[in-house]
Design a protein around this ligand. Structure first.
Ligand code: AMP
Length: 550
């Protein structure tokens, strides 16, 4: 808010990203002023920006005038630059203008008409563009905004409680998270919700059915890329829908959508083509990437105005006979995993920098009720051996957690098609049992660990789990983590925060954490009963008990 008021454009930097990525983003964007908090200073890479700590510098900030500046910002000026995955191994910054975001926000208010009785939940991390409307739509309309606690967006129990206690009427979910949210036992009680906005990835038809079984509120499917001010088409899902593929609808105000073949000719209704976007929402381009900007933002062949452009999305779509657009998939190797946009080539490019890697292909494995996982296939350089942990560490220093492959498969050579290309379809499915092969297998040592192993095996769909396996390295991710937390609640009658799993991601550590919580959350009567029970045991029995570490 302060940055925009001062006439600047903002570049969100997620402090949980690896140093190398932050360092690249700081250098690429050339930011002159960095707003942060004292506690984060030590984790920042070296940079040349002037630092303002919003906590410790507040005394000095307060001395400044409260008057509005006359900064003279115009529609063409930048409002924000958001980095998304880039295919050459580095993220790319999409430069969005005031015109684009203003158009998008005014359309949203026109379409959904927030009033003073509404409350909007802000829960999307600010490095993703959905957060832009979550922040500025309520501020623009004077409606109440409720900001979720950090990491709260991953915790559906917390969200259900927050929605009811704060009487939230308007909320966003990526479809994968909506799926998890609806599994939450009390989600159907969120009767204060008036509208749920979905975007970011395909909204499955079955999910819309489940939604209407649970909630009596509007469900909207919005579509758009970061390069065109958040969303460019919208569709309101219907209770009695006859579309098996939920449409992405029609263009929003002042936006044009074209579905074209490779000669830039409009395809007939029903025929798939690439989706191109024109109009007020278009970003200025990619920061410091003029060639990529020219490649993706092309002159609009349907306009006489030479300055008009179309953004080439890489999305495949078709028009339905009713004029609504249906999203069909991608024409390249960009994927969405739990709403995160990932260029598989970016992971490949980073892996290829490892000195012992000759060749690598990263794919998405979709199994077990559409749970998507990244799999990296690696051919080592001659005579080189590396462990999965080594590759994982290498990637962890360079890529955000959501881009981390769940499995690594070492091959002596890539399978090749008759025309010499890598035959992706012939790549072997990873043996889920051997995801972390080099780790020594350690069986559960006590009753708590035994229960944990059973729960992990079931939710991660694995046959064998060592108590030292890291949950997030063997296929666990934030959405499965919320399932685990609710299983722990059922299994141990304990409220374990999601944070605990991130801090103690192995069964060995989690079991210690459970014991600790059991003690903390036990009431006096339970402790007295346990002590009484101990008193009745013989010395021999007590020794045995301690030996078993129960
Ligand atoms: P992002 O820049 O992270 O918003 O990602 C944009 C991409 O996400 C689009 O180009 C689509 O591939 C995908 N996407 C966004 N919204 C939808 C939707 N409603 N249905 C299907 N795919 C979507």
């Amino acid at each position: 808010m302060g940055i925009l008021k001062a006439g600047g454009a903002y570049v969100p930097l997620d402090p949980s990203y690896p140093q190398e990525r932050l360092s690249y983003m700081l250098a690429d964007s050339g930011v002159e002023v960095l707003l942060t908090q004292q506690s984060l200073l030590k984790s920042l890479p070296s940079h040349t920006a002037r630092v303002v700590c919003l906590d410790t510098d507040w005394g000095a900030i307060e001395q400044h005038t409260l008057e509005n500046f006359d900064v003279g910002v115009c529609a063409d000026n930048l409002a924000y630059v958001i980095y998304t995955s880039g295919s050459i191994g580095r993220p790319k910054g999409a430069m969005n203008t005031h015109q684009g975001i203003r158009n998008r926000l005014l359309w949203m208010q026109d379409a959904y008409q927030l009033t003073s009785s509404d409350s909007v939940l802000q829960k999307t991390p600010f490095s993703f563009d959905v957060s832009v409307w979550e922040f500025f739509w309520p501020l623009l309309t004077g409606v109440r905004i409720v900001i979720a606690k950090p990491e709260g967006h991953k915790d559906s129990t917390y969200l259900v409680n927050l929605i009811s206690t704060q009487q939230i009427t308007t909320i966003h979910f990526v479809p994968s998270m909506l799926q998890v949210f609806l599994l939450e036992p009390n989600s159907g009680n969120c009767s204060c919700l008036k509208r749920v906005i979905c975007s970011g990835e395909v909204l499955p038809f079955e999910l819309t059915e489940r939604f209407f079984d649970h909630l009596e509120c509007e469900l909207h499917n919005l579509y758009g890329p970061t390069e065109a001010a958040i969303d460019v088409t919208s569709w309101q899902c219907q209770l009695q829908e006859n579309h098996q593929l939920v449409p992405i609808g029609r263009p929003i105000a002042n936006i044009q959508v074209y579905i074209l073949d490779k000669h830039l000719q409009v395809v007939p209704i029903g025929v798939p083509g690439e989706l191109y976007i024109g109009g007020d929402g278009l970003a200025r381009g990619y920061l410091n990437r003029p060639e990529l900007t020219c490649e993706k933002f092309i002159p609009n062949p349907f306009s006489d105005d030479k300055s008009e452009r179309l953004y080439k999305t890489g999305d495949l779509a078709r028009y339905g006979s009713d004029g609504n657009i249906v999203f069909l998939g991608r024409i390249d190797y960009q994927v969405k995993i739990r709403g995160f946009r990932i260029e598989l080539e970016e992971i490949e490019a980073v892996l290829a920098q490892h000195p012992n890697v000759r060749q690598t292909i990263v794919t998405v494995l979709e199994e077990h009720s559409k749970d998507k996982r990244l799999v990296a296939y690696v051919v080592p350089k001659e005579e080189q051996v590396f462990t999965t942990s080594e590759l994982r560490r290498f990637l962890q220093e360079r890529l955000p957690q959501y881009m981390m492959p769940a499995a690594f498969v070492t091959l002596s050579a890539m399978p090749i098609t008759s025309n010499g290309k890598v035959d992706r379809r012939a790549l072997p499915a990873p043996n889920t049992v051997s995801l972390e092969k080099e780790e020594v297998f350690v069986a559960p040592r006590n009753a708590i660990e035994e229960v944990l192993v059973e729960i992990w095996k079931e939710i991660l769909k694995l046959d064998k789990i060592s108590i030292y396996d890291n949950f997030f390295n063997i296929g666990g991710h934030s959405l499965v983590a919320t399932q685990l937390i609710s299983r722990l609640r059922q299994g141990f009658q304990l409220e374990i925060p999601l944070k605990a799993l991130f801090e103690r991601p192995t069964i060995a550590e989690l079991s210690e954490c459970i014991t600790q919580y059991q003690i903390e959350q036990a009431d006096d009567a339970e402790i007295i009963a346990a002590l009484k029970e101990l008193e009745e045991l013989s010395d021999e029995e007590i020794k045995e008990l301690f030996a078993s570490e129960v």
